[in-house]
Design a protein around this ligand. Sequence first.
Ligand code: TYD
Length: 214
Amino acid sequence: MMQGQYIVFDGMDGSGKGTQIEFLQKKFIGTVVFTREPGGTPFAEEIRKIVRDNPLAGKSTPLNNFLLFWAAREELLHNLIVPTRKSGKHVFSDRGDSSTFAYQIYGEANNGLITPFFEMRKLVFEKAGRQPPHLYIVFDLPAEVAHSRVMAAGGSKRNHFDTRKLDYYERVRCGFRNFSAHIQNVVLVNAEGSPEAVHESVLNVLAERGILPK
Ligand code: TYD
């Protein structure tokens, strides 16, 4: 049986990624298994609570957050991505290692983690039976637009990553764009248009790459 493909959808907070994933869920539910990072399995969801929701994580070191995100990813690969791909279904993940590159390295201005990042990719993605994501779709837009969308969305939806200042968003955007310079199979989708127009662009990318027909 043909293995399913592993596709990551990523972008800054405020990029509209969540809305795009909802559109995709409506269209492809049953055909595709949807998951998210950090999280996606019971154990990885526990790591999510620590690394995303606990304000102490925001006060810890970039290296510690880096390791926790990779720990959650290792768990997700083992318990969800590898078995789902083997069953022949595609996995669409809300975020992936592209976020670690953009947030923990660029957002936190921690260039010392670039080499460890590529070592972790080898360690985690190149185990027997595993492969790195086949495609990353990154929703790209100016940092000011993303930042003002998040500020307009208000308090209850925000986590400790969302409340950062504009210069942080600028570094994160730069991180995603640099990720696409390092890794071949990254497509940047312009996320400034209407949700419907962005959805159309995503469907076109998936169809052009032979992943799913429109
Ligand atoms: P979430 O509320 O899921 O954000 P969104 O709905 O925008 O995806 O929170 C995930 C947060 O975790 C998000 O702010 C980005 C951050 N993150 C990292 O910093 N590094 C990572 O490797 C991952 C996967 C997420």
